[in-house]
Write a protein that binds this ligand. Structure first.
Ligand code: NAD
Length: 262
């Protein structure tokens, strides 16, 4: 029996990167999982099937678009209908865009706020009634070191991540007496497609080479001079789902190689 046997976890943005690591960690602890996100259908199906075969649990994919509140509610309903409950919700989907404020496209601002912040609000709303009814729940939001400190040229991302830290605290207070904990995890840099994709824009915005961006911007931020791994972030999320973590709520847990200690 794993710590999550008989439970169901929904992880938004879990077709790659940190989200996929969360889904695999929860499955390793016995949870059935609803994965979500974009990508090539064959790649999504391969990862879904691999979760089932590696961990002997059920995994299904929800194509819900985190830009659309109705689809987020449908994703939670799909999880409840398929498995009988949604016990763990991880609001993790995220996108990034790097540009000076005066050139920042309005549609990019709107999309980043919607996907990185508002989708968590909609997910939490949808999952609360079932969690309250069952008297147990774990809600985890992927924030970022950028929920605590800023970097130039990432205005929307920094604003959304500061926002999700505030949403986390508020939801934690509202749900504390229902045995539902709400926390966020704030990773430093993790080498995923999200980070890789922002390198050309950072090169342009700061006039640097790729190597300079990696060494003098990304790794420079982290005193350990190492990337965090997606599996390390997922292990912390799994800890938050256990009984030992029942008194951790409203927290913003940093895993950033010392970045925000500086
Ligand atoms: P990633 O690009 O590997 O994964 C992002 C996921 O979000 C993918 O599954 C993608 O399909 C999904 N997604 C994007 N738009 C979506 C939409 N409209 N609807 C549904 N799904 C959508 O990136 P990642 O680095 O694993 O990022 C995951 C989370 O971690 C994000 O919230 C990000 O801000 C946060 N984070 C990442 C880092 C890092 O260094 N990689 C650091 C701190 C926080």
């Amino acid at each position: 029996m794993g710590t999550l046997t008989g439970k169901t976890a929904v992880v938004t943005g879990s077709t790659s990167g940190i989200g996929l690591a969360y889904a695999r960690a929860f499955a390793s602890a016995g949870a059935n999982v609803v994965i979500n996100g974009m990508g090539e259908p064959a790649d999504i199906e391969r990862e879904r099937a691999k979760i089932e075969s590696d961990f002997s649990v059920k995994a299904v994919h929800s194509p819900a678009d985190m830009l659309k509140p109705a689809e987020i509610a449908e994703m939670i309903a799909f999880g409840e209908k398929t498995f009988g409950s949604v016990d763990v919700l991880v609001n993790n989907a995220g996108i990034q865009f790097v540009a000076p404020i005066e050139d920042f496209p309005i549609e990019k601002w709107d999309a980043i706020i919607a996907i990185n912040l508002s989708s968590a609000f909609h997910g939490i709303r949808a999952v609360i009634p079932g969690m309250k009814k069952r008297g147990w729940g774990r809600i985890i939001n992927t924030a970022s070191a950028h929920s605590l400190v800023a970097s130039p040229f990432k205005s929307a991302y920094v604003a959304a991540k500061h926002g999700i830290a505030g949403l986390t605290k508020t939801a934690a207070l509202e749900l504390a007496t229902f045995k539902i904990t709400v926390n966020c995890i704030s990773p430093g840099y993790v080498w995923t497609p999200l980070v890789e994709k922002q390198i050309p824009d950072t090169m342009k915005a700061r006039g640097l080479t790729k190597e300079q961006v990696i060494n003098d911007v990304l790794l420079q931020a982290q005193p350990t001079k190492q990337f965090v791994t997606a599996e390390q972030v997922a292990a912390l999320a799994l800890y938050l789902c256990g009984d030992d973590a029942s008194q951790i709520t409203g927290a913003n847990l940093s895993m950033d190689g010392g970045w925000t200690a500086a």
